[in-house]
Design a binder for this molecule. Structure first.
Ligand code: OGA
Ligand code: MN
Length: 292
């Protein structure tokens, strides 16, 4: 197995592993070590099916269930263990411009950490490029460890114990999408997370930022959101970012505990982009809160 860094801070290309076959313990350990160090791994040329992707994902922990939390089961194109990040509906047609699912998936254009709106947020996300587009549709990753390290000492001290509230209502609301049913509002009620978290393997501190943040506990709302914007701007400076340009059969995995990501615009009304995500569950809550 060979690991070659892709930027100074974040991302590495990993070759010499065949994800279609069961991994041996040293290979799993090498992937985990690569993730702890680089936070994003790109494994090119992994032509896998859904069963192989699920089997590979299970090497790294329990699957996160209900990744498509806001899509009814009857409307799912893929096994519910997958987050369908494609622009396709369950008939395989491109999503209509004004479809609710398309509105929701436009949220992926905002910098975020997967499932930060859950009490136990995600650990790894594993995204398989089954059909990719030649123009647009890059996925960008920002290193929240490097971003934390680059803060001045006073800011680090100020945010050490800060707790934010995250919800899908906030991220979608940023794009003006406020069309939620009463039961969805209950399902999406805010959860609390520390703004600074420590990685269990690398021991490095990072900023836990995400488009899902809508408040800072105990702060006046405008001050909170102005500050979150400042931190977002800081954390996504080009020096902290790896831009992934997709090739078909790339398998890209990232550690949501140490990164943010976003997808860039592409011509989704005319082109098909079929990327499928599996996700492993994090180790626990990052902040105390009432039971979900
Ligand atoms: C995701 C996501 C980005 C992309 O799968 O969590 O945000 O490139 N996807 O589609
Ligand atoms: Mn995502």
């Amino acid at each position: 197995m060979l690991i070659e860094p892709l930027t100074h801070h974040i991302g590495a290309r990993m070759t010499g592993v065949d994800v279609r076959k069961p991994l041996a313990a040293p290979e799993i350990a090498a992937v985990d070590a690569g993730m702890a160090r680089h936070a994003v791994l790109v494994l090119p040329g992994q032509q896998i099916d859904d069963a192989e992707q699920l089997a590979f994902t299970r090497n790294f922990g329990a699957l996160e269930e209900g990744a498509n939390s806001t899509v009814r089961n009857a409307e799912l194109r893929l096994d519910p263990a997958f987050a369908d990040v494609s622009n396709l509906d369950n008939s395989g047609d491109k999503l209509a411009r004004d479809s609710k699912r398309r509105m929701a998936s436009l949220g992926n254009r905002l910098w975020h950490s997967d499932a930060s709106f859950r009490v136990v947020p995600a650990k790894y996300s594993i995204l398989s490029g089954r059909i990719v587009v030649a123009k647009g549709g890059n996925t960008e990753f920002a290193d929240m460890r490097a971003a934390y390290d680059a803060l001045d000492a006073a800011t680090k001290a100020e945010i050490e114990d800060v707790v934010c509230e995250h919800s899908l209502i906030y991220s979608r609301g940023q794009l003006g999408f406020t069309d939620f049913l009463p039961d969805e509002r209950v399902a999406m009620r805010p959860v609390r997370h520390r703004l600074v978290r420590t990685h269990p393997v690398s021991g490095r501190k990072s900023l836990f930022l995400s488009a899902h943040i809508g408040t800072i506990v105990g702060w006046p709302q405008p001050e909170a959101m102005a500050f979150i914007r400042d931190l977002m701007e800081h954390a996504t400076r080009p020096e902290f970012v790896y831009v992934h340009r997709w090739t078909q059969h790339d398998l890209v995995m990232w550690d949501n505990r140490a990164t943010m990501h976003r997808v860039r615009r592409y011509d989704d009304l005319n082109l098909v982009r079929d990327v499928r995500r599996t996700t492993t569950r994090g180790d626990g809550p990052t902040a105390a809160q009432e039971a979900a």
